[in-house]
Design a protein around this ligand. Structure first.
Ligand code: TPP
Length: 337
């Protein structure tokens, strides 16, 4: 499962703690929370209660949930704009998260960021970046600070496969490898960058092979297999934490919704999307839990009802919250020393 693209690099790593029934149920609940949260956001968007861009993560939830489970709580996360799942998987409250989408003062970043800029410093979640690839050097910089200050923490940088064609990806990977920074680069390959299929944009079909240029251990996995995500991220993170330098994981997945809201999706057929449905990570994990007799249909119903109630409360909270005061336009702009 774990493959190094460079035989000169050590691939020894510790295995992840075993997955328990409790963990399995928690993962199902988190994946369901992300799914329902985004479905509610999608509906609110059609009602014009949410504006701007809204990039949904539906179909990719197993990556954030499995990866966050494999991290330490004070590891730092930088993501691209498809960030709702990452924030919720990190344990951020859905209420301020929904309020942020509504642009309300009670939002995660006071309603000033919206969908693409979810962040919570206390959760070591640094956002939410709209410039494709722009956050990759920032994550490398955070990894450098951990190394320089001898902290036992690593930086995770999450991006789409499209970002790996951007210059900043290569600059950041080069520096990270050169300085053996404690970082994990996680590519969510959902097959499309906006309306462009990966093979039309990248000269290298297997994205993880790009890490070879920087002598970085890398692998490609099925991102919709939550157990594989958890085990792989744990092993790769463990190596980065123990000073073996940066690592890269390419998680193969598929987004079931358009790139953002209002995407007519002319670049793929309805049949293609339907063919991918059996690979839905949520259904796959639910089926596995039932097969293992780790849960029952009844328990799942209760769990989903809990999630529905939580999302309804989040929507109510967002609806009831005030918009920011106009004076907020002039706050949080400069950092004072
Ligand atoms: C530097 C830059 N160029 C172009 C864009 C416009 N843009 C927004 S999303 C996107 C596609 C990125 O695809 P990918 O990295 O695969 O992520 P995904 O949306 O598939 O999760 C592009 C080109 C941008 N935001 N920033």
């Amino acid at each position: 499962m774990v493959t190094s693209t460079n035989p000169a690099v050590s691939v020894t790593s510790r295995a992840a703690p075993p997955i328990t029934r409790e963990m399995g149920l928690h993962w199902l609940e988190q994946m369901m929370l992300i799914r329902r949260f985004e479905e509610a956001a999608e509906y609110a968007y059609t009602q014009k209660k949410i504006g701007g861009f809204l990039h949904l993560y539906i179909g990719e939830e197993s990556i954030a949930v499995g990866a966050v489970a494999a991290m330490q709580p004070d590891d730092d996360i930088f993501t691209h704009y498809r960030d709702h799942g990452w924030v919720l998987a990190r344990g951020v409250d859905p209420k301020p998260s929904m309020a942020e989408l509504y642009g309300k003062a009670t939002g995660l970043v006071k309603g000033k960021g919206g969908s693409m800029h979810f962040a919570s410093v206390e959760h070591h979640m640094w956002g939410g970046y709209a410039i494709v690839g722009g956050h990759i050097p920032l994550a490398a910089g955070m990894a450098f600070s951990h190394q320089y200050l001898k902290r036992d923490r690593i930086a995770f940088c999450v991006m789409g496969e499209g970002a790996t064609n951007i210059g900043m990806f290569h600059e950041a990977l080069n520096m990270a490898a050169l300085w053996k920074l404690p970082a994990v680069f996680l590519v969510e390959n959902n097959q499309y960058g906006m309306g462009t299929a990966v093979e039309r944009a990248s000269a290298v079909a297997n994205i993880y092979e790009k890490a070879t240029a920087y002598h970085m251990p890398a692998t490609q996995i099925d991102g919709n297999d939550i157990e594989l995500v958890y085990n792989t991220i744990f092993e790769f993170a463990d190596r980065a934490r123990r000073g073996e330098g940066p690592q890269l994981v390419e998680a193969m997945t598929y987004r079931f919704r358009g790139h953002s809201m209002g995407d007519p999706q002319r670049y793929r057929s309805k049949e293609e999307v339907e063919q991918r449905r059996p690979n839905d990570p949520l259904n796959r994990w639910e089926t596995k839990l039932l097969e293992r007799a780790w849960t029952t249909e009844d328990e799942i119903k209760q769990l989903f009802a809990r999630v529905d109630a939580q999302v309804a409360q989040a929507v109510q909270f967002a609806e009831d919250s005030p918009f920011p005061d106009a004076r907020e336009l002039y706050t949080d702009i400069l950092v004072e020393e």
